[in-house]
Design a protein around this ligand. Structure first.
Ligand SMILES: [Zn+2]
Length: 267
């Protein structure tokens, strides 16, 4: 389960054996070009304005900075964020890297990223750090999920992610895989919190556990696990995010800047 996964702890081992990423990662994806200079400049400005300390993201590949207006890389705004971008590797419910994830970055709308930065500041003051599993999600990734759900005998990741469900029912009947995901609009985040050393708090289930144990208010988890979920929820709500009853890790900005989804790749 994810709770014991130390491969990403501290934000310094993003390419460990569990990440599914090759070494060295994606250096060739850095591209110049005049039309990218503006967004690069914006991100540099943001880093300069908000950088409280540095160093935790040093093993990330170089971002391509090919983002539509209104989007940014989360680690450039929150340097101590821990990125465990599951769909960029193999440790996810499909078991393969997902379409559209060419690099393990968290991308959000500027508005959602700014709100998350405020939440991260509060978490840090309480002795915690933010860990992100997924943020902006290309629509091609959702199409990949749907395609996967239609292959009935691919149950490689069932034991960890959906032990109680028949796969066929996941998509339509249970609603765990949405065709129109809020993530594609760039203002939703799948996340948890860690201690300052990067060890995730015990939330009772891992990320993307499809089942009632992952619901807020679930029976069958300990008081401490419930308290940890509530801590995450309370701070995120204070900074404008809405929880989702059936996934303790999912938060969506209440006042989203975009109404429709995007399909640019994460690189
Ligand atoms: Zn989510």
């Amino acid at each position: 389960m994810t709770m014991g996964d130390k491969a990403f702890a501290g934000g310094t081992a993003l390419y460990g054996p569990k990440s599914g990423f090759p070494h060295p990662p994606f250096r060739e994806s850095h591209r110049g070009g005049f039309h990218h200079i503006f967004s690069m400049g914006l991100c540099l400005l943001i880093v300069t304005l908000f950088l409280p300390f540095s160093g935790s993201a040093e093993e990330l590949p170089v971002p391509a900075h090919e983002l539509p207006e209104g989007f940014c890389y989360v680690h450039e705004l929150i340097p101590d964020v821990i990125l465990d971008i599951r769909y960029a590797g193999t440790h996810n419910f499909v078991g393969d890297p997902i379409d559209g994830y060419e690099a393990p970055f968290a991308i959000l709308t500027n508005k959602a990223a700014s709100a998350l930065k405020e939440a991260a500041d509060e978490f840090r003051s309480l002795g915690y750090r933010v860990m992100i599993f997924d943020a902006y999600r290309p629509q091609s990734a959702v199409r990949h999920f749907v395609r996967w759900s239609q292959v009935k005998d691919d149950l490689r990741m069932q034991a960890e992610f959906y032990p109680d469900f028949k796969k066929k029912g996941l998509l339509v009947d249970q609603g765990y895989i949405a065709r129109n995901s809020a993530h594609c609009r760039g203002s939703a985040i799948d996340m948890t919190i860690t201690d300052l050393d990067g060890n995730p708090l015990d939330m009772g289930t891992g990320f993307d556990y499809f089942g009632k144990l992952a619901w807020h208010g679930a029976k069958g988890i300990t008081a401490e696990q419930t308290a940890n979920r509530n801590l995450l929820r309370d701070v995120m709500k204070r900074h404008g995010f809405k929880p989702f009853d059936h996934e303790w890790w999912h938060y969506r900005l209440g006042n989203e800047p975009f109404k429709t989804g995007f399909d640019f790749p994460i690189r």
